[in-house]
Design a protein around this ligand. Sequence first.
Ligand code: HSE
Length: 405
Amino acid sequence: MIKMAVLGYGTVGSGVVEVIEKNKDEISIKANAELSIKYILDIRKFPGDPYEDKITSDFELILNDPEIQIICETMGGINPAYDFTKRALLSGKSVCTSNKELVADHGPELISIASEKKCNYLFEASVGGGIPIIRPLNYSLTAEKIDEITGILNGTTNFILSKMEKEGADFFEALKEAQASGYAEQNPAADIEGHDTCRKLAILSSLMTTKNVNYKEIYTEGIKRITKDDFAYANSLNQTIKLLAISKYDEDNNFYACVAPFMISKEHPLYFVNGTFNGIYVHGNMLGYSMYYGKGAGKLPTASAVVADVIDCARHLGKTVMCFWDKENITVAPFSKRSGQFFVRIIDTPENKEKAEELFPDMTLVSPMRDGEIAFITAHLTEASFAEKEKLLDGKIISRIRIAL
Ligand code: HSE
């Protein structure tokens, strides 16, 4: 019998308890032991809950109980999750988490403590909810040099963009619906401004490069500026708009990472990732492309990934499972040097047209979908060069969206 504790009895924490209860027979076979939840940490009271007798608000009780070998941290946020996780690992207890903020911020330190103490810090649920992606990067793809990861990593924004595309929904209507579906972060800015995606990309990129990718160095732009009209243009070009997280080595081995809305074509496998689903498209130098797709958020998919980590810990008590994430920071190439094409809409006046033609001599015009505007696609240019030209068209640009390769 392996005794465990769950920190945080919210959406994911209660999901963990449910998965362990519902699938206990399968789990005992796969863990080669019975798993038993001894404590659930929460400051709230849950009168009448079937697990009421296990609920405590005292973390020290869990920490000082030698019977507890595995802890699920499903509290979210940095504090007190960081302190609890660090102390649990220092005392030799394995920790499994869905906490993407904490993993992105303190991953290498916590992994290294786990390794010193011969226990594990596992975080499959921190990216892509129930989609296996951390384990493929740590196990199945270890013979590869991974040179590119492109992902749709946030269910809330993908739900909003899909609603705008397919039903012509307004941004704020779609956001309200996403919040009601329970996938959105408490502060929806974390979703719509791209910060949640950015942290998830930092985690994947760190495993991809085996060094630490500091999420603060990832250029991040959210979806607030995307309108229904942008989708009308995207559709006319056989494209759609997705919030993409992209990490890539270029031919000179410079490492780039960014989060931004991109137009992607119908040919791209991520085109078909809709609603709250996530998709992660990985390129390895031997394998070529592989794609990981599924429920990127939600109680049971996320809890399932946490419990799979618990089973891994149970199978490896006293041993550390390999994870390739060094403390050393990788140099993220300046985003200004990234090169690509842009779709641009400007107000239609003779002066604006002349200015646009002067600034973007190689542009390709796109049939306007709305009166009073000019739309075009630029040739390849750097972010720095585009930003300079954008400034010169100050106040005349209606929208501009990057185009994925
Ligand atoms: N708010 C996140 C999302 C939850 O929408 O993807 C899962 O990390």
